[in-house]
Design a protein around this ligand. Structure first.
Ligand SMILES: Cc1ncc(COP(=O)(O)O)c(C=O)c1O
Length: 443
């Protein structure tokens, strides 16, 4: 009763929720609400259909409300809601790890469970440091990221990530972090289909960092395709070069595959798509189709054995989360991996890629479009910002699209698209038509 009174007496009931990565004041004046989801669509509280052009936040790869995943979660909740994984085990967490190991690119085969991409990234950085120490290279304490990289919001990922606004409110961050240059350059690469030909040499910046820091670098962390900063596609040969330089200088290479994992590239992982295998890989999002939060770090057995084998008896890695390998998340992960295999979602995405590429590049010439880029079932459409109003054009387009029944994602003045992998050609057409209309409206 008191709660109900409060709801009535407040100007709105949106006050309590401090929304993440959101302009709270603007949003709460004109909220965009999603109340229900099925397949390729969200539905607003008043029942309006909104095509999901972004798989939620790059995560609902198998489409919304998949019965198999829902039932797996329901059943597991009834069997055992929670059990600890510190000094105890439960079967489904082991089963999920074995299932994931089956699809990981060799020699990645050990799985550490987390609950999000941010936790996975911080976990991978900690494993990298622990590994260097365990093999007698304790001086390797430096972590190298890349400008415009996004590795979540923990102190590790935020520091190694390369996004100014994500860092500047938060003090001194981690010490001993350095960054490679990003690979995005419209002068050379605008309107490239797939991987640009120019830019592999930018990986050579690692040589300069090694010259500066000597043998103190523990690991380099990059996204194979940077998503959150506006879809930055790696130049041809760039990741290969980075891999070779890491091997040459005895530095671990970490791929953040939080977006590129689980079919998004038309392969299970970006590592397969690009033919470059890292030493550690981070995942989340598509792992459970986002139905229950879960993340993972995959490591080689060599890394696992070095840390576990070189420790004194007892706990080998002083790290973990209450919910690492949570039973509901493990059940969701297994059901999701089953769906991926049964429906060959990576293959399905791969089959759509030529159509996707042509459709996205048909937006070249639309008002204010200064670049279109694509890789896997991902596209970035970069816009000329409104004079003196960065992000305003993209936000106007996001609103126009939402009003017209399409969910897109924007970052600065870049539109990012990444539909569920069950998308069909007519969904792609609808994305293009709606976006083209929004671009005209916001011109
Ligand atoms: C590449 C990458 N790494 C890490 C993260 C962080 O994941 P989470 O929001 O689950 O912590 C994201 C989220 O978008 C991401 O795209």
């Amino acid at each position: 009763m008191v709660g109900a009174m409060n709801e009535i007496s407040r100007p709105n009931n949106l006050d309590a929720h401090w929304m993440p990565f959101t302009a709270n004041r603007t949003f709460k004046q004109a909220p965009r609400m999603l109340a229900r989801a099925a397949g390729m669509f969200y539905y607003t509280p008043d029942g309006r259909e909104v095509l999901d052009g972004t798989a939620g936040l790059w995560c609902v790869n198998a489409g919304h409300g998949r019965r198999e995943i829902v039932e797996a979660i329901q059943q597991q909740a009834a069997v055992m809601d929670f059990a600890p994984t510190f000094q105890m085990g439960h079967p489904i967490a082991f089963q999920a790890a074995s299932r994931l190991a089956e699809i990981l690119p060799a020699p990645l085969e050990r799985v550490f469970w987390t609950n999000s991409g941010s936790e996975s990234d911080d976990t991978a950085l900690k494993i990298a440091l622990a590994y260097q120490r365990a093999r007698g290279q304790a001086q390797r304490v430096r972590l190298v990221g890349r400008e415009r990289g996004y590795h979540g919001v923990g102190f590790g990922g935020m520091s190694v990530g390369g996004i100014g606004p994500n860092r500047k409110q938060f003090g001194a961050l981690l010490p001993y972090v350095d960054h490679l240059p990003h690979t995005h350059d419209l002068d050379h690469n605008a309107f490239t289909k797939g991987q640009p030909a120019w830019g592999a040499h930018l990986a050579d910046a690692l040589e300069s960092l090694v010259a500066l820091h000597g043998d103190t670098i523990a690991a380099v962390m990059v996204e194979p395709v940077a998503g959150s900063t506006g879809v930055l596609v790696p130049p041809q040969g760039y990741l290969e070069k980075l891999r070779a330089l890491c091997t040459k200088h005895d530095i671990l290479l970490i791929f953040d595959e939080v977006i590129t994992g689980f079919g998004r590239m038309g392969t299970n992982f970006g590592a397969e798509f690009f033919g470059v295998v890292p030493d550690l890989m981070t995942m989340a999002k598509g792992l459970t189709n986002a139905a229950v939060p879960m993340g993972a770090v995959a490591a080689t057995s060599q890394i696992y054995d070095t840390i576990v084998g070189n420790s004194p008896a007892g706990i080998e890695l002083f790290h973990g989360y209450t919910y690492s390998g949570h039973p509901l998340a493990s059940a969701a992960a297994i059901a999701t991996m089953d769906l991926h295999r049964a429906e060959d979602l990576p293959g399905r995405a791969a089959a759509l890629l030529p159509y996707w590429q042509d459709a996205m590049h048909s937006l070249r010439g639309a008002p204010n479009v200064i670049d279109v880029r694509n890789c896997g079932l991902i596209a970035g459409i970069e816009l000329e910002p409104r004079a003196g109003q960065p992000s305003a054009r993209a936000m106007a387009i996001l609103q126009h699209c939402f009003d017209a029944g399409l969910l897109i994602r924007t970052t600065a003045d870049i539109v990012a698209l990444s539909p569920p992998l069950i998308a069909e050609k007519h969904h792609v057409d609808r994305i293009v038509d709606t976006l083209a209309g929004a671009l005209r409206k916001a011109a």
